[in-house]
Design a protein around this ligand. Sequence first.
Ligand code: T3D
Length: 259
Amino acid sequence: MTVLVEKHPGYHQISLNRPDRLNALNTEMFHALMAALAEAEADRECRAILLTGAGRGFCAGQDLADVAVKDGGPPDLKAVLERYNALVRTLRGLEMPVVCAVNGVAAGAGANLALACDIVLAARSASFIQAFSRIGLIPDCGGTWFLPRLVGAARARALAILAEPLPAERAAEWGLIWQAVDDDKLMETAHSLAARLAKQATIGIALTKRAFDAAETNDLGTQLDLERDLQDEAGHTPDYAEGVRAFIEKRAANFTGRR
Ligand code: T3D
């Protein structure tokens, strides 16, 4: 199986599982990953996702053996990109938080898939490589969108053009990811974060994701209007009522994540 799903109380762990290829993405893995995300979305008990990779790598991007230029001419990269775009849109649109635990090298599309997640942790030994320029391509999976927003234009361009590995710790210092974690603590930290998120007010988090995404193109006035509307939606959830009640009663809130 190219993708493994483990169900934990409140969240699903989804592991890319082609360790001998550093979890490089092929068509089968793409479909399995989309199915795993759809399964998480359909599960009413699932309120967070933990995405990681099996073995020593997180994901080495597109499986290059699958798209090698053959006698018939160049591969249909538009079709490959349509698949990746669907994946990134799905990840961004999920109405629950996605934690990415980057356990090893994240290269090409693999690096940018990680950046599409909401909270990215990485093992200290992991690195991020915008490997595309090494093979004459441009950053995809939203790389040209995520990188300058996360690390600024100068670093984004150098990362993309030079394709040098960015170690996890520097990635955290630069704001590319949330945190670099000791290798032997990565999965423990990621599980505890996913379990914590699974108990938070899920709809509020989903609306927060939507607000941040919209802010990338909105002017301030439009964003203020959107915040008003999304806040109104959040304010109508049982979790808001529970959050306020719990505060007044000086106890921990018991959120359900339901509308
Ligand atoms: O269709 C399109 O091309 C358009 C879409 C593009 C999206 C993209 O993602 S383009 C970028 C594709 N990815 C890369 O260019 C990265 C290729 N991989 C590497 O540069 C290196 O493997 C790493 C720097 C990631 C890790 O290096 P290292 O030395 O730790 O491991 P390794 O020995 O290179 O890899 C281990 C095995 O995985 C090896 O196989 P082997 O020799 O043991 O049989 C290697 O061939 C295989 N592998 C690694 N990455 C890929 C791969 N096999 C197929 N596709 C890969 N992307």
